[in-house]
Design a protein around this ligand. Structure first.
Ligand code: SAM
Length: 453
């Protein structure tokens, strides 16, 4: 309904890049539909969210969420609404604002199309309000706001700085765009609208610099590219304007998620050397060791993120590949709390089906158990993301199910999500059984053990 809503994937990326789980407070500037605010609480239920906006709809929703409903009266061209919703509760009134906002698109009634649409909404107004009610209730159920500031987002950001709180801002991409969208509502509703200064996106670079100068911790979403500042993330999809996310200059969490590489001597496995008595050994390793392997085998120029649990896979002492698991708000949000994310499952060779072997080993519950003990929780399934030039990744065929697929940003490949249940046979012997199903390993009695490096 509202233009300028943060795209879901972008929102997930922001939550992943910023250390949201470690935050105690966040000031969301320009909350709009509270999409960001809701996702933040989902990622970190203990987070105190201080929201902000100036529109009547946002103020109504925030008023309901914090138990202080906004009072207002429809007038002028919307005076008919008051009669229709007479006696309705605050949710009905917020629903009426939402429907009136949709009607506003046709409010100029300068042609037959607009006139007909406007009349249509007018004649079915109550019906539409009834339809949006469940949506409002569902949104409210996710809005756990600690406070709301109806006013200028720059003042809200200042308050955050004073409190030492984090800032997430999604200010409008164009000057006066929101004012134009809300004009019909503002002209036809009597309410105590919060005062604020018209925001000009041309000021954003300076505002960002000023936030840096006072040591603010922020994440600002914009469509602007700046020469003197690297975005911490870029999101673009299809024909949508790209979104760039800028954070404070001395931000460390991205850097912190990477660690040094610790080289070690190894011999890569050779398919021809695999024998019926080949012993597969899976060894727990630290991030630095994994970084070394990733530097050798993964595409250069990609920032490899460390995970929470790492393994190296050996066959008769020769390196087969590595597996990295992670657990985080994005996976939990998208796939539920019992899902573990396989950040990487690389193999040192593309020969035979060695990569499939690594993918199958990654499915073993025995490996994930170390994480279960650490976090005192249980995992049932895993997900992983494949970046490939082909519409499907052969190594997961028969191992995991395809959950989603989209074209990559460059338009030269795909980003595919795969997932599946963890292999609950609680031993690596299960891998032997799985491998035996593969023709290249048929007849092999793979002995396997799990050990620590
Ligand atoms: C790009 S949208 C934010 C969208 C929101 N994050 C979402 O996903 O729904 C911009 C919002 O900024 C609000 N806004 C515009 N100027 C503002 C100002 N000076 N101070 C606070 N909010 C403002 C508008 O009412 C609108 O809801």
């Amino acid at each position: 309904m509202f233009l300028g809503v943060v795209p879901k994937e972008c929102l997930q990326q922001i939550i992943k890049v910023m250390d949201v789980e470690a935050w105690t407070d966040v000031h969301v500037c320009c909350s709009g539909t509270f999409r960001m605010d809701r996702a933040l609480v989902q990622a970190n239920p203990a987070l105190r969210v201080h929201s902000n906006d100036v529109s009547l709809f946002s103020c109504c929703m925030a008023g309901l969420a914090i138990g202080k409903p906004v009072t207002f009266k429809f007038k002028g061209e919307l005076a008919f609404v008051e009669k229709l919703i007479k006696g309705g509760d605050a949710i009905t009134r917020a629903g009426a604002v939402m429907v009136a906002f949709e009607m506003a698109r046709y409010s100029r009634r300068n042609n037959e199309f607009n006139r007909r649409h406007f009349d249509y909404y007018q004649n079915r107004f109550v019906e539409y309000v009834d339809k949006v009610r469940p949506k409002i209730e569902a949104t409210l159920a996710q809005m756990h706001l600690t406070s709301f500031f109806g006013g200028d987002w720059r003042d809200h950001a200042k308050a955050a700085i004073e409190m030492g709180s984090n800032i997430i801002a999604f200010p409008p991409f164009s000057k006066g765009g929101y004012e134009a969208q809300f004009r019909f509502i503002d002209e036809n509703v009597k309410w105590n609208a919060p005062p604020y200064d018209l925001y000009d996106p041309g000021d954003l670079h300076e505002i960002t610099q000023a936030l840096d100068d006072v040591g603010g911790k922020f994440c600002i979403l914009t469509d602007q590219v700046w020469e003197d500042r690297e975005p911490v993330l870029k999101y673009s999809a299809g024909l949508r304007l790209p979104h760039y996310c800028y954070a404070e200059a001395n931000r460390s969490s991205l850097v912190r998620k990477e660690s040094r590489a610790a080289p070690f001597k190894y011999q890569p496995v050779e398919l021809a050397e695999l024998r019926p008595k080949t012993e597969i050994v899976v060894v727990q390793a630290d991030s630095a060791t994994l970084n070394f392997i990733k530097d050798v085998y993964l595409a250069k120029g990609i920032k490899h993120v460390s995970g929470a649990l790492n393994y190296l896979v050996f066959a008769d002492g020769k390196l087969v590949g590595s597996i990295i698991y992670d657990e985080g708000p994005v996976t939990r949000m998208a796939y539920g709390p019992r899902t573990i994310n396989v950040l990487s499952d690389l193999s040192v060779t593309t020969d035979g089906k060695i990569s499939k072997l690594v993918a199958m080993i990654a499915k073993s519950r025995s490996l994930v158990h170390a994480m279960e003990l650490k976090l005192v929780k249980r995992y049932d399934r895993l997900v992983t993301t494949a970046f490939t030039r082909n519409p499907s990744s052969m190594k997961y065929r028969g191992v995991l199910k395809k959950l989603s697929r989209r074209e990559n940003d460059a338009g030269n490949g795909y980003v595919i999500q795969y997932g599946g249940d963890l292999d609950t046979r609680h031993a690596l012997a299960a891998i032997g059984a799985l491998c035996a199903c593969q023709t290249w390993l048929s007849g092999m009695a793979i002995r396997s053990r799990l050990t620590r490096r």
